[in-house]
Design a protein around this ligand. Structure first.
Ligand code: BT5
Length: 324
């Protein structure tokens, strides 16, 4: 895959539905029409669905279902997030790789992507089921200049970005269950895991893990999660182009982290609430110390959940599993 092939792919992506003629490509890239044709063929062999229309030229109707940097990067519209991609067929956990890269000084925006994970993890060392080639298993390194105690807000910011990306690409309407689940029809389609490298008073790196079920069918899931999990394909009845979804997640995440840095959490809190299934409901919250039952009345400006128990007391909850 040469530099010119990549540029050609990027040009086709930018053109969208509009066809570009071989002659036009030849002029733009300063190569012969035969060379253009060879590059187009190379892209087709890689899985790009390029149609050619008589007298008009070429247009792109689908990108390959792959998360390889050469597929993802030409799509990107971001300045920072995803500009540096660390791709693997198989890893233990993208979180582990990202932690190592962050320690070694990888820049903010670096993203680790894998087709499958052998030891994908959730919170509290729980397993994350990562079917090969069926989902988006990625970890993004961010380096915001914030106090460590604000790190959990990034789980909520990321959830908003993921929901909007899913909406944009599939037209589905996901909901957020505090703190880190994205649901479709009450089943989990995405889990988010925010981890931290920090000193007492500053964040060195946030490692934001996103596990998104894209194209699994029911049988692709581990029996242990089959009852609670769903995928975009199962809810939307058609497969999704994972690279296109990654592009959209990156764009929304960059937009909202910028907004966060400029204006704090308040504007994001409003957005988050508009997608929440938790707020205003009676819930049961299992924290590390206790089980609390009551009304979820809202989240604070810090992203902390407020729960009112029947004795009228308001509890602030930093981390818990929620049952609706
Ligand atoms: C989470 O934890 O939801 C965070 C999951 C983060 C996964 C990503 S994938 C890329 C990156 N690399 C990693 O190693 N991790 C991150 P938690 O709230 O603790 O939920 C875990 C629970 O979700 C499990 O105990 C299962 O019940 C359920 N679960 C496991 N795999 C699932 C899947 N593929 N889809 C839906 N639910 C699943």
């Amino acid at each position: 895959n040469t530099a010119i092939t990549n540029q050609l792919a990027r040009r086709l992506i930018k053109a969208g539905d509009a066809a570009i003629s071989g002659q036009q490509f030849a002029e733009e890239f300063g190569i012969s029409r035969t060379a253009v044709w060879k590059h187009i063929k190379e892209l087709q062999e890689e899985g790009y669905d390029i149609q050619s229309v008589k007298k008009k030229g070429y247009f792109l109707s689908a990108v390959p279902d792959s998360l390889k940097p050469e597929v993802v990067q030409p799509l990107l519209e971001t300045a920072v997030i995803g500009r540096n991609i660390n791709y693997h067929e198989t890893v233990t956990s993208t979180q582990i790789i990202a932690h190592q890269l962050a320690q070694d000084g990888a820049p903010g925006g670096t993203a680790v992507l894998a087709e499958t994970q052998t030891a994908g993890r959730g919170r509290l060392a729980r397993n994350w089921d990562s079917a090969a080639g069926k989902g988006i298993w990625m970890s993004i390194i961010l380096r915001p200049a914030i106090m460590p105690q604000r790190a959990p807000q990034f789980t909520l910011v990321t959830a908003v970005a993921v929901v909007q990306a899913i909406e944009e690409v599939t037209g589905l309407r996901p909901e957020i269950k505090w703190p880190n689940d994205v649901l479709l029809n009450g089943r989990k389609c995405t889990g988010i895991l925010t981890e931290l490298q920090a000193d007492m008073d500053s964040v060195q790196a946030l490692i934001i893990g996103i596990g998104l079920n894209a194209n699994q069918t029911q049988d692709d899931f581990d029996p242990a999660v089959r009852e609670v999990a769903t995928s975009l394909r199962m809810e939307g009845d058609k497969p999704v182009e994972r690279a296109v979804l990654v592009r959209s997640i990156f764009r929304h995440l960059e937009k909202y982290t910028d907004l966060y840095i400029e204006n704090g959490f308040a504007p994001l809190k409003v957005l988050w609430e508009s997608y929440s299934v938790t707020i205003g409901k009676r819930i049961r919250a299992r924290t590390a110390r206790e089980v609390l039952e009551g009304l979820a009345i809202g989240i604070t400006d810090d992203g902390v959940l407020e729960l009112k128990t029947d004795d009228g007391k308001i509890h602030t909850i930093y981390s818990a599993d929620i049952e609706l």
